[in-house]
Ligand binder design. Structure first.
Ligand code: FAD
Ligand code: DLZ
Ligand code: SF4
Length: 508
């Protein structure tokens, strides 16, 4: 009897474990565009379009390769509306009782699949380098789960940038050579852009009709939507941007949205690119003398280090992770996260770019919108839903640890050893936003004071009990305590007034 083989919208890889376990001659592949997946958060229209277009192209590729595919388009009249319901419909249609699936990247969907009456064979997603067992083995018995040590194991396991059993160049990490402030100009022309083909155009029309009212601009749409295009985009990055990736990884520019970033996270996360293939391509560039070690090591660390590590944390911590809130933050998400209507130039720029591109780079996410959310005490779950909705690369296994853990410290320090908070100084150092801002980054109090400056001390003050004994924060508390008493009071009063104005919906 034939079995159903489920392929989800972020499982578009030839090497998928469910496809490998299936028999092309008798099993049936089920793929479905469903209302539930397109709407569990109000995804950016570009993200929906990317996934649906890539799903359609991947289905065509499997069909050409001889697979029997049952594909449901979103507007099909008999579309059952959710992944489990589509499986049941197809099971009845084919007289099948068994489903082979690769583990989804989200607890919600794993639980929904397990709740169907069908016999489910759930296989590990081995497109990742570290299996759940590997991660558990590494984490077991450790007091602190620091990424850096996990990363070294991944280097040893893959042999990437290794010289025998030693790290290439003698060091594991070259970050001290990275993180330079914003350059005056950028030599890279930005990520490779593709003209939509007929399949993509059809999806764009569908998304415009069905999701035109979601946050974000659908067109122009230029993303890669199949493996071949994604590989071209990767090659374009390796040649044009990788050499400077490390230097300017943390920089932000008012007039440049991508700097030297790869803009490949979405391609990796939906399966169009394979992480090992990507890292090997970067390593090859280093070995050929086309990119320096600090850039290549930094890039590889993001993928075999951070990407694998956050996934390990997500699955280790369990389904309640997205609800963690150890700092007790309850403030509502300000409207300007959806509109970009704020006088804070850095925030406005990050949000506007997110609306346009469904993309912002790591430091914009961490040190601008994330930092503001943490300083202002915004409820982490609201921020989690925002990040999950607005970025084209957002899937819960990677988004939640980055937002709830790294950015909001809501997990109590599993991922970050101290909260990623900073005053306006950091943004002033790493970007040119402040020069165009209505606020003054130099002003610590008064009507022009940069809100990050005010809120930084408000955060430190309200969480003193938790952080004053953290050795990495002690210096900041000493600075705060040395401040003149009146000044301290003024800063806290003005921060409070700012938060109240923001809560009342005033433009801030
Ligand atoms: P580059 O800067 O060029 O980096 C190369 C690759 O490294 C990325 O494509 C990505 O695959 C990987 N990478 C880099 N940093 C991380 C990280 N911290 N965690 C996991 N992988 C990383 N990344 C996502 O893929 N999906 C998300 O939903 C997501 N949400 C985030 C939310 C917050 C609050 C923060 C602070 C970070 C988030 N990140 C997320 C991590 C990172 O910001 C993005 O991976 C990166 O900005 C994607 O752009 P890029 O492809 O140009 O990456
Ligand atoms: C994100 C997404 C969207 C927007 N649409 C679909 C869809 O219609 N069909 C599908 O199979 N997958 C979709 N996805 C991806 C899933 O939400 C994703 O597989 C889960 O969140 C698990 O990572
Ligand atoms: Fe952002 Fe403050 Fe700089 Fe304005 S002055 S851009 S709010 S850091």
């Amino acid at each position: 009897m034939s079995r159903l083989v489920l392929v989800l919208g972020d499982q578009l890889s030839d090497s998928l474990s469910a496809l490998r376990a299936a028999d092309k001659t008798c099993d049936i592949v089920v793929m479905a565009e469903v209302a539930e997946e397109t709407s569990y958060v109000r995804h950016h229209p570009k993200k929906i379009a990317l996934i649906l277009a890539a799903m359609r192209k991947f289905a065509a590729r499997l069909r050409a390769d001889g697979w029997d595919i049952r594909y449901a388009e979103l507007d099909d009249t008999n579309n059952a509306g959710s992944i489990p319901a589509e499986l049941l419909r197809r099971a009845e249609e084919a007289g099948a009782t068994e489903v082979i699936a690769t583990e989804p990247g989200e607890w919600r969907l794993i639980e929904a699949l397990q709740a169907t009456p069908l016999k489910l064979r759930l296989l590990e997603d081995d497109r990742f380098i570290a299996s759940h067992r590997d991660f558990e083995g590494w984490a077991e018995g450790k007091k602190a789960l620091r990424m850096e040590y996990f990363y070294r194991d991944m280097r040893r396991k893959t042999g990437m940038l290794m010289d025998g059993d030693q790290p290439e160049g003698g060091q594991w990490n070259y970050d001290h050579d990275n993180r330079k402030p914003a350059p005056d100009s950028v030599s890279f022309s930005g990520p490779m852009q593709f003209t939509p083909d007929e399949t993509v155009e059809q999806v764009l029309d569908l998304v415009e009709t069905r999701f035109g009212n979601h946050y974000g601009k659908l067109r122009p749409f230029w993303f890669a939507t199949d493996q071949e295009q994604a590989r071209r985009a990767l090659t374009h990055f390796i040649k044009g941007a990788l050499p400077k990736f490390g230097d300017y990884q943390d920089a932000m520019l008012d007039g440049n949205r991508f700097l030297y970033h790869a803009v490949i996270a979405a391609y990796l996360n939906i399966g169009l690119l394979d992480p090992v293939e990507v890292c090997r391509a970067a390593e090859d560039a280093y070995r050929a003398g086309a990119a320096p070690l600090n850039a290549v090591e930094g890039f590889i660390r993001q993928i075999i280090g951070w990407r694998e590590y956050v996934r390990g944390i997500y699955f280790r911590e369990g389904p309640d992770y997205t609800r963690r809130n150890v700092l007790g933050h309850t403030r509502a998400l300000p409207e300007f996260y959806w509109t970009g209507q704020t006088d804070m130039r850095c925030v406005a720029k990050a949000v506007q770019q997110t609306m346009d591109e469904a993309y912002a780079h790591h430091i914009q996410r961490l040190m601008v919108t994330g930092n503001f959310g943490l300083l202002a005490g915004i409820e982490p779950h609201a921020l989690h839903e925002w990040y999950l909705a607005v970025y084209m690369d957002a899937f819960e296994w990677v988004e939640a640890p980055n937002t709830v853990g790294m950015s909001q410290f809501a997990d109590g320090g599993i991922i970050a050893s101290k909260p990623y908070v900073s005053s306006g100084n950091y943004i002033a150092k790493m970007s040119d936003h402040c020069a165009h801002c209505r606020y003054s980054v130099k002003a610590k109090t008064g009507k022009d004071a940069c809100p990050f400056n005010l809120l930084f001390w408000h955060f430190m003050d309200r969480h003193r009990d938790r952080f004053q004994n953290n050795p990495r924060m002690a210096q900041m508390y000493r600075t705060f305590d040395r401040m003149d008493g009146d000044k301290r009071e003024t800063v806290l009063r003005e921060a409070e007034a700012f938060l109240n104005r923001m809560a009342q919906g005033a433009r801030v």
